[in-house]
Design a protein around this ligand. Sequence first.
Ligand code: PEP
Length: 266
Amino acid sequence: MAVTSDSRRIPLIAGNWKLNFDHLQSIAFVQKLAWVLQDARLDFRAVEVAVFPPFTDLRSVQSLIAADHFPLVFGAQDVSEHDSGAFTGEISGAFLKALDCTYVIVGHSERRAYHHESNESVGAKAAAAIRHSLVPVICVGETAEDLEKRGAAAVPVEQLAAALSGLPTGADIVVAYEPVWAIGSGQAATPEQAESVAAQLREVVGEALGSDAADRTRILYGGSVNSGNIARFLREPNVDGALVGGASLVVDEFAKIARFQNHVGV
Ligand code: PEP
């Protein structure tokens, strides 16, 4: 399958806030982010900007974005594989959809590591998201040990193939390639590595969900992205955006990342 840049793939700049910001801080942040981006005349048709607040902030973020017609989207950081029932502490995809979430992150490496999420449970969460018309942002990535023993792509390819195995043909997903060793370390992967793994992940999407889905699916790079390196990643034909952790907590820095098209030539 040919792997090419597809003009239907509007770049997605996504900020994963993790366990940061309560609902009041989230309101202040989203308000300032929207103002900064609007002042800078960001073309929101050319780049989609999303934030992923903690669950308890979602209602506040939803109300603010709707009331002020901000051109921002949002999602949750996790979802239950179950729809309802006796699952204390879990959050259903139905509840997220009712709050107007567009996306939900599944399989972030921190959940795989600290909550022992398996490829099977990540797949079940992705399926739950699709059932509720949410777009799962499926995270995959190799540890430093995986990189040394098996190269960059082997583990992400396995993780993605497992996560997609129960999804319907043509399912609407986003993939985030996040080398675990690059997350929060200040040491990003090279754009060449991101491109090479992203191209292989696109092949996996094609095999599991069909060639149209492969062409349309956005594959993000994540791991120590900042305003100084974003443009180099976005020049790669198979990298369609970024999942940003630490740098998404600083409004001006996150806004600069969203404005990567201003410094593509840098
Ligand atoms: C992340 O945790 O998804 C991430 C990419 O973090 P950071 O940008 O801080 O490396």
